[in-house]
Ligand binder design. Structure first.
Ligand code: NAD
Length: 472
């Protein structure tokens, strides 16, 4: 396994090169090559082969970047993307067919269809926490819908960025699918160009920058952002199972997961028992000293390590709390007695610190959730169907699980995305295809009859029209 700390620095791309690249992609798109569904499926198969070929390199790169365990790199990145690719290849012919819809009587005689048309050029900007999956999964949707694309990996995971760039350049011509590596500057240059779709995954702060840039060209945008996703635990939940599923979802990728439970709201009578079970579970998963565990990732860079170290000062540490700046290790940590005024409750934690807060009842928990910006995910643990219904009906959030964490992402039939501050638009499976497609609505009118009712002079036809509308 490569653990070299040599940082890959990509060659800086300048404005004329980016303009040339965009122009070449425009010309290629105009050739109509990507309109052919067989072409798209072939490209998806090529992508699948390339991923399989580079699998070990990807694992090594993600380990180099922040010690992502190979099991997690497979389950949540490479294997995850492979499932999405296979699902899309299998279903694409059906998805891409024009769809006939019911006709309005007013248009008689006619037929109406929806045609799925690629937007054209897509720009896909990825974050560092799932540096492969969150860049390639949207790319699958862009290819499936027949777009050209430029993808921009995060500069904070340089080794993974380098492998992605190599893999994409070996597999596709640049005028079809291209990679631009680097940080803020190349992203800003890209955002100055006119794209037909922008798909951004990252922070709410940068999401606003992207949305502003897109407005300049009236480019449609999907924003996959973050936020504080709660796990709510009712007193009738299976607490052992709840502890296991919360610990798994929280400390996977060392808490650097957009849909990780950010904090726990637990009914006060079971709080101590849940804390006890969570602590037990952390030891079961990562051993007495998680620093020695092969299954526990590191914090991505010094800036995030320092930010999280400051947050560690909030509340009372009930488990964990240890850290090491050299290896950027922060132990899985459980925090009690935090207040809503503490910095840890004011920002997305995005690390292995789990505050636990007691509530009296579900109504109070729902009130807390709805008082804050709408989270990307919400997890509710309870064995009571009425309570489950209450939370689902009244709490506002992007998506989530009952009695689990994170697993809603695995089902390609569930659109994944945020709402409000946690994002706009959703993808995965068919939703990705639809997201990157313009739905062109076309009415084909019969010519053998042409009723005169709609044409001027209208004379006294209004009552007749009103009758007709009332009858419909
Ligand atoms: P980020 O917003 O800092 O960076 C994302 C991308 O934007 C990177 O490619 C980066 O190079 C680029 N970028 C950064 N600053 C920029 C600027 N000023 N102008 C233009 N481009 C800029 O996010 P991150 O730190 O990479 O990722 C963490 C955030 O992403 C968290 O908030 C997390 O919740 C969110 N996230 C959301 C999802 C989701 O699916 N909703 C998934 C993963 C992460």
């Amino acid at each position: 396994m490569t653990t070299s700390s040599t940082t890959h620095v990509p060659a800086e791309i300048d404005l004329p090169d980016i303009q040339k690249l965009v122009m070449r992609q425009r010309n290629f798109f105009a050739s109509n090559t990507t309109l052919d569904v067989y072409f798209r499926k072939e490209q998806l198969r090529l992508l699948l082969d390339a991923i399989k070929k580079h699998e070990q390199e990807l694992f090594d790169a993600m380990y180099t970047d922040f010690h992502k365990p190979a099991m997690e790199a497979y389950a949540t990145e490479v294997g995850f993307v492979e499932i999405e690719l296979k699902h899309t290849i299998k279903k694409l012919t059906r998805w891409a067919k024009r769809k006939q819809v019911k006709e309005s009587f007013l248009n008689f005689p006619a037929q109406s269809h929806i045609y799925y048309e690629p937007y054209g050029l897509a720009l896909i900007i990825g974050p560092w926490n799932y540096p492969f999956q969150l860049l390639i999964n949207p790319l699958i949707g862009a290819i499936a819908a027949g777009n050209c694309a430029i993808i921009k990996p995060s500069e904070l995971t340089p080794s993974t960025s380098a492998v992605i760039a190599k893999m994409i350049r070996e597999t596709f011509h640049e005028e079809y699918i291209a990679v631009v590596e680097g940080g803020i500057k190349p992203t800003q240059l890209l955002l100055q160009q006119s794209f037909d779709y922008i798909f951004f995954t990252g922070s709410t702060r940068v999401g606003k920058v992207v949305l502003q840039a897109a407005a300049e060209h009236l480019t449609p945008v999907t924003l996959e952002l973050g936020g504080k996703s709660p796990a709510i635990v009712a007193d009738d939940a299976d607490l052992e199972l709840t502890a296991r599923r919360i610990v798994w979802g929280k400390f996977l990728n060392a808490g650097q997961t957009c849909v990780a439970p950010d904090y726990v709201l637990v009914q006060e009578q079971v709080k101590e028992e849940l804390i006890h079970l969570i602590i037990q579970c952390i030891t079961e998963f990562y051993g007495e000293n998680p620093a020695q565990s092969q299954d526990y990732a590191r914090i991505v860079n010094d800036q995030h390590f320092n930010r999280l170290s400051k947050l560690l000062k909030n509340g009372i540490v009930r488990a964990g709390g240890q850290k090491d700046s050299i290896s950027r290790y922060i132990a899985p940590t459980l925090l009690d007695q935090v207040s809503w005024q503490d910095p840890i409750m004011q920002e997305e934690i995005f690390g292995p610190l789990l505050p636990i807060i007691s509530v009296k009842c579900m109504k109070e928990a729902i009130g807390i959730v709805n008082k804050h910006p709408k989270p990307l995910a919400l997890y509710f643990f309870s064995s009571n169907a009425a309570k489950q219904k209450e939370v689902l009906q009244h709490a506002r959030f992007g998506g989530g699980c009952i009695n689990d964490t994170i697993s809603h992402l695995i089902n390609p039939n569930l659109p994944f995305g945020g709402v409000g501050n946690s994002g706009m638009g959703s993808y995965h499976g068919k939703s990705s295809f639809l997201l990157f497609s313009h739905q062109k609505s076309v009415l084909q009118r019969g010519t053998w009859i042409d009723l005169p009712l709609r044409y001027p002079p209208y004379k006294n036809r209004l009552p007749m029209l009103r009758k007709l509308f009332n009858w419909l």
